[in-house]
Design a binder for this molecule. Structure first.
Ligand SMILES: [Zn+2]
Length: 193
């Protein structure tokens, strides 16, 4: 799986120009149909149909799903929705209250928070490295009270550093996080992404 821009035309252009490389072999990927259609819920509960492009590496014959950065693998909610829940959880709210706030099932929200909890140090460490690389004068965030909260604070700090460095005020924190982590933000511990 590769994490791409939101723009499907841009993705086709990269494919047709041979500018998407297989992570294993650095050979250009070729278009290879589409992945199964899925439905993604946005912040306002709207359901967006999505049919991600698939590409195949001619060297190793692996196929890769080209997933837009707004989407986390195996999650039905857009990355910004999941991220909003994680930010609120980092602020100390329980999963039921967050679920009511976001209009999502409590079990779903609990799943996001627990999964990040199991990967907290990996995520914190990755995004702290990114923040240090992007910020002019990096200041490590102070401890936020839990491993999960520290991870969220690191993601938010890295996205803010990226907005400043690239002058992109519109850069969305959790799309950025999805891209930087290659979609593995909430991956199972054994799954590198
Ligand atoms: Zn390959």
């Amino acid at each position: 799986m590769l994490i791409m821009d939101m723009d499907p035309v841009g993705v086709e252009l990269l494919l047709s120009q041979g500018q998407l490389a297989c992570p294993g072999y650095a050979r250009p990927l070729a278009g290879w149909g589409h992945a199964r259609p899925r439905r993604i819920r946005d912040r306002f509960g709207a359901v967006l149909p999505l049919r991600p492009r698939r590409a195949r590496c001619p060297a190793c014959a692996t196929t890769h799903v080209l997933l837009p950065e707004a989407v986390l693998p195996r999650r039905a909610d857009a990355a910004e929705v999941v991220g909003a829940g994680l930010e609120i959880a980092a602020g100390g709210w329980g999963h039921r209250r967050i679920a009511a706030e976001l209009g999502r099932p409590a079990d779903t929200v609990r799943g996001w928070v627990r999964r990040l909890g199991t990967r907290a140090e990996t995520v914190r460490s990755l995004f702290t490295t990114v923040m240090v690389a992007l910020a002019d004068d990096p200041v490590p965030p102070s401890p936020a009270g839990s491993g999960m909260a520290d991870a969220v604070v690191a993601v938010v700090a890295a996205a803010e550093a990226a907005r400043r460095r690239w002058g992109q005020q519109g850069l969305l924190t959790w799309r950025f996080a999805c891209r930087v982590s290659c979609g593995a933000l909430l991956a199972p511990a054994a799954d590198p992404g």
